[in-house]
Ligand binder design. Structure first.
Ligand code: HEM
Length: 561
């Protein structure tokens, strides 16, 4: 296929194809159409849909093996000339104008004015829809690029807002304030700055390759396996002796540790071979832990692409129990779950107390994961065709195996009384709680603002993710999640190489002027609880606004001054 030449496709043509429902994105200046592949994609449909209309080069390179990238070449339908200006993908609400039969496409060379407030493909005089949603963030970026803030808002206080409507202007003000803070803190979104960041990110990727940081040292996993075996062994020994609580604690500790290796395997970060790492992941997650790695990957793949976007990232969608952004007060529609996340009475009550209930909820996190795993496997939400078709069946076998050894073997056969069974179950399920806290820690306190489609992949990852500073000897406890920002930049780097990668990433951040968020474990937790408390306060203010409106609107009790 190497020698094949592809036609240059104009921006207008690409827009028209997307308007027809085609899944088109750009990789290394080639135009790819993934329609026939969507059903087969091991990364799930949504991962691709979030890249439609965008230059996906960095996301695709970060998340795929070389073989997968070669396989992708089959879907090339053309190429582009010049720099691609990202559209907002349809799944994120972007609007695309269909091609008209008599439209003159030759007028469009694919070049565009990035700061045009019209569609950058150049509106034709017969344009059927002069209002073009995809232009909106361009307007915002123009302001950002000019150093003018998105709107004249003060960054000092949110409580000064008049409760003049149903509270929506209050929420808008917070959104603008948060966006303004990000625009001040992070490099400008103009093309020149973002392109320079991307060029340095590519240089960083090359350095990482040159230093052989993708090579997994299997001895590191021999140490992991030894640790897991000792913990498992102790759990069974204490079970045998009738020390049920102690046994449950050790079993919970194994699960806490196993999650990290399942995460590595899920990212193909161990052998880098899709099938081998998938089997490792299924053995660990399903056979030993009772959780579906397929469910987790389905979720996690999207999370890696639209990190911390309230409408799109399932990892921060925990309504009605928790909200890490005021934007969840707006009955937002989740594109991941395809449903409205209602801000209802239950949500209002839970959010009021969320800084206090946070850790308690995490204690039950694992029970929720069983529910989600079964839903995924029973409903067959994963790929049914393509290279990952058999994962579902191996996972179901894993679930049967898990409930045989854990449910029947331990809970029923080895433990004599119902009381002991209850405590064993509860304690073993709760001990892995720190892993849930560790997962939330990476993102909950970071920005949830949408800076539009022109923000580069590396900047977005670093703006939405934090790392945890810990001494080397504690690395086993954090299991690699302490290097989450680095992991988001390069998801396939083996976990045990992340500490070495950190120095390179720090240099990169200094060079391009992106702050690298690094907190101690305790401080990071304080940030998270602080964010939960802030959102909780915002909910209380909103409720107050709405009460005032309700009163003034009430014809009997209302009193207009
Ligand atoms: C026609 C286009 C595409 C093809 C042929 C393709 C192919 C593949 C293959 C074969 C895998 C399995 C893992 C591997 O071998 O690397 C995979 C995984 C994945 N793909 Fe794609 N892909 C395409 C487009 C995309 C796009 C546009 C995205 C969005 C960034 C994406 C995101 C992912 C993710 C997140 C995974 C899971 C990675 C993991 O398991 O760690 N893919 N893809």
């Amino acid at each position: 296929m190497g020698g094949r030449t592809y036609p240059v496709l104009s921006r207008r043509k690409i827009e028209g194809l997307i308007a027809e429902g085609r899944s088109i994105f750009i990789v290394n200046q080639y135009v790819l159409k993934a329609d026939p592949w969507l059903k087969y994609h091991p990364g799930g449909e949504k991962a691709i849909l979030h890249m439609v209309g965008r230059d996906a080069t960095d996301e695709v390179t970060a998340l795929h093996s070389i073989e997968a990238q070669q396989q992708m070449n089959r879907y090339r339908i053309g190429r582009i000339e010049g720099r691609w200006t990202n559209f907002i993908p349809p799944i994120q609400g972007g609007k695309f104008r269909p091609l008209l039969d008599d439209e003159d496409l030759d007028n469009d060379s694919g070049e565009c004015d990035p700061y045009s407030t019209e569609t950058s493909s150049g509106l034709s005089s017969r344009d059927p829809s002069p209002v073009f949603d995809n232009a909106e963030p361009t307007i915002r970026n123009r302001r950002a690029a000019d150093g003018v803030l998105p709107s004249a808002v003060s960054t000092s206080s949110v409580s000064s807002v008049e409760p003049d409507d149903d509270g929506m202007s209050y929420l808008d003000t917070i959104t603008k304030e948060k966006t303004t803070l990000d625009l001040e803190k992070y490099p400008s979104l103009d093309f020149e700055t973002q392109d320079a960041i991307v060029a340095k990110y590519h240089a960083l990727a090359q350095r990482i390759k040159d230093e052989d940081l993708y090579r997994c040292n299997y001895w590191d996993y021999a140490i992991e396996a030894t640790r897991y075996s000792i913990l498992f062994g102790l759990s069974f020994l204490f079970l045998h002796w009738g020390w049920y609580v102690t046994s449950a604690i050790f079993l919970g500790a194994v699960w806490h540790q196993l999650v990290f290796t399942a995460h590595d395997a899920g990212h193909m970060g161990i052998t880098h071979d899709f099938h081998t790492d998938s089997v490792i992941g299924i053995i660990i997650a399903d056979f030993l832990g009772g959780l579906s790695i397929g469910w987790w990957k389905h979720n996690h793949n999207v999370h890696h692409i639209v990190t911390n976007a309230p409408e799109h990232d399932p990892d921060i969608e925990h309504m009605p129990f928790l909200a890490v952004s005021h934007r969840f007060f707006q009955n937002m529609r989740s594109t991941y779950y395809d449903r409205v996340m209602e801000y209802d009475a239950v949500a209002k009550m839970s959010l009021r107390v969320q800084p206090y209930t946070y850790y308690i909820l995490l204690l039950f996190g694992r029970l929720n994961l069983y529910r989600l795993s079964w839903d995924y496997l029973i409903m067959g939400r994963g790929p049914r065709k393509g290279p990952a078709w058999w994962h579902r069946w191996l996972e179901i076998a894993g679930q049967i195996c898990f409930w045989t050894w854990y449910g029947y073997g331990i809970l029923y056969k080895s433990i004599p009384t119902n009381g002991d069974r209850f405590w064993f179950f509860l304690i073993s399920q709760m001990v892995p709680m720190p892993v849930h806290a560790q997962i939330c820690l990476s993102h909950f306190a970071m920005s949830t603002s949408d800076l539009g489609p022109h923000e580069s992949f590396p900047q977005k990852m670093l703006r939405t993710t934090m790392d945890i500073d810990c001494p080397k000897w504690l690395d086993f406890f954090h299991g690699g999640l302490q290097f989450q920002a680095i992991h988001h930049l390069f998801p396939r780097i083996p976990r045990h190489n992340l500490r070495r990668t950190q120095k390179l990433v720090q240099d990169f951040c200094n060079e391009v002027g992106i702050p690298y968020a690094l907190y101690g474990f305790v401080d990071g937790n304080k940030e998270v609880v602080g964010t939960l408390a802030e959102v909780s306060r915002q909910a209380a203010i909103l409720a107050k606004c709405q009460k005032v409106i309700a009163k003034t609107d009430d014809p009997i009790h209302g009193h207009h001054h």
